[in-house]
Design a protein around this ligand. Structure first.
Ligand code: FAD
Length: 398
């Protein structure tokens, strides 16, 4: 490891590896550090992501693709289900292999990759971030950089060290729990991703997902906002679900983890530092999917940071264009998704079941989102007040 780089990326999850790849491709000298001994483990993920973003960073490869998904099902507790196409074609991945493949691409682009290397603190000159104090294979050292990228995930400390606010309110932080189940053949559809919603009997304020891994196995997980995770824990809710739908299934693995669902933090930059991925709360504020959004966030960050580094100005002001690009692309949509989640969080299970029953009778394949929402609002005018944020964000007018 050298004593100075153009860019140090902290964290080799999807966002960090994508940032390192783009920075190296821009001709910068990059160090990518990861505190774990091995990239991608332990896996804390339902493992669904979109093909389009993946392909922009690496070739599709059967080694990390478990299933191709053409449909999603939204399922109430009264037996109705709404089938919708994914907003973009989806794959179920093996996250361990996927993350390692992405890091490999960063290394191929020229980034210096180090595992078992933990950022311990930031170096600063006149308040600006100028490097990282780190521990690598037992040795503590200081490494200088013109820019530090905080890609250290949901527990991000790096952004906090730079003075940025990253702790979400309890209501905007999902706690998740997941089993990978086997012996499911004939008991689920291996080509559909399912979302089960029911605030009183399935997942208060959240949902249960069933994402197929093979003809016989699936990731079955739950997210619940942290402020509703007591007195019954997400694990206990999930055990009830599994007991009901998949009794006797084998459990291949279990994971727990958290996801911030506030929408992106503001600011996402400081002097000499940008924040990307979960560390910047870039995950979808409704579904909490964050793999591809973190990679896109990293790409936007580097699109602005690479010329800033070359031009010798990495002040927060110069880097702020990154936030503008992010909000231009996702701000409105994420505001609307956040509002939809808040509505769903409060909705009585019987009301949600009525919505699902009605939507199940609509020709969804030929309807725009706006038409769908407008029809549902007509049938359930009580929702209109709740939906005013959607109206003001313009989602209904598209
Ligand atoms: C139960 C669950 C299910 C999910 N399911 C899905 C899903 O199906 N689809 C989807 O798109 N998203 C899903 N997500 C969210 C998704 O996993 C995250 O959005 C995604 O991993 C974010 O990527 P990232 O690179 O920002 O962070 P991470 O993947 O968390 O990577 C951060 C990395 O930084 C490293 N690190 C942390 N601190 C340091 C340090 N000080 N020094 C060095 N390295 C450090 C960590 O070890 C880690 O490897 C799920 C999350 C959970 C918890």
């Amino acid at each position: 490891m050298k004593t100075a780089y153009d860019v140090i990326v902290v964290g080799a999850g999807p966002a960090g590896s994508a940032a390192a790849q783009r920075a190296a491709q821009a001709g910068l000298d990059v160090l990518l550090i990861e505190k774990r001994q091995e990239i991608g483990v332990p896996v804390r993920c339902g493992e669904a992501t979109d093909i389009e973003t993946t392909e922009r960073f690496m070739p599709l490869d059967a080694r990390y693709i478990n299933r191709y998904i053409n449909q999603y099902a939204i399922i109430g507790t009264a037996g109705d289900r709404v089938i919708v196409p994914p907003s973009s074609p989806t794959i179920i991945i093996d996250r361990k292999v996927f993350d390692a493949a992405l890091t490999h691409e960063a290394a191929r682009a020229g980034a210096d990759v180090r595992v078992s290397t933990t950022a311990l603190g930031l170096l600063r000159d006149d308040g600006a971030v100028t490097g990282v104090r780190l521990k690598s294979l037992g040795r503590v050292c200081e490494v200088r950089a013109r820019l530090v990228v905080a890609a250290d995930g949901v527990e991000s400390q790096v952004a906090r060290w730079a003075g940025l606010k990253t702790i979400p309110p309890m209501a905007d932080y999902y706690v998740g729990f997941q089993f990978t189940l086997t012996n499911l053949r004939g008991r689920f559809d291996p080509d559909i991703c399912e979302y089960h919603i029911g605030n009183e009997t399935v997942a208060p304020g959240g949902y249960v997902w069933v994402f197929p891994k093979s003809e016989d196995s699936a990731n079955v997980g739950i997210v619940i906002p942290a402020n509703r995770a007591r007195p019954v824990s997400p694990q206990a809710w999930l055990e009830r679900f599994v007991e009901r739908f998949y009794p006797g299934a084998g459990i291949l693995s279990m994971v727990a983890g958290g996801i911030p669902i506030t929408g992106a933090i503001r600011p996402m930059t400081a002097d000499g530092l940008v924040v990307v991925g979960d560390a910047a709360h870039q995950a979808d504020p409704l579904t909490a999917g964050g793999i591809s959004l973190g990679m896109i966030g990293a790409e936007l960050a580097m699109q602005v940071a690479a010329p800033a580094i070359k031009g010798g100005d990495v002040s927060a002001r110069a880097l702020r264009e990154y936030e503008a690009l992010w909000h231009e692309r996702f701000g409105k949509m994420h505001g609307a998704l956040y509002a939809v989640r808040k509505i769903l969080t409060r909705m009585a299970e019987a009301d949600f079941n009525r919505l699902v029953a009605q939507a199940a009778r609509m020709p969804l394949a030929t309807m725009s989102h706006a038409e769908l929402i407008t029809q549902l609002l007509r049938a359930h005018p009580a929702l209109l007040l709740e939906a005013r944020t959607l109206i003001t964000t313009g989602l209904l007018l598209k």
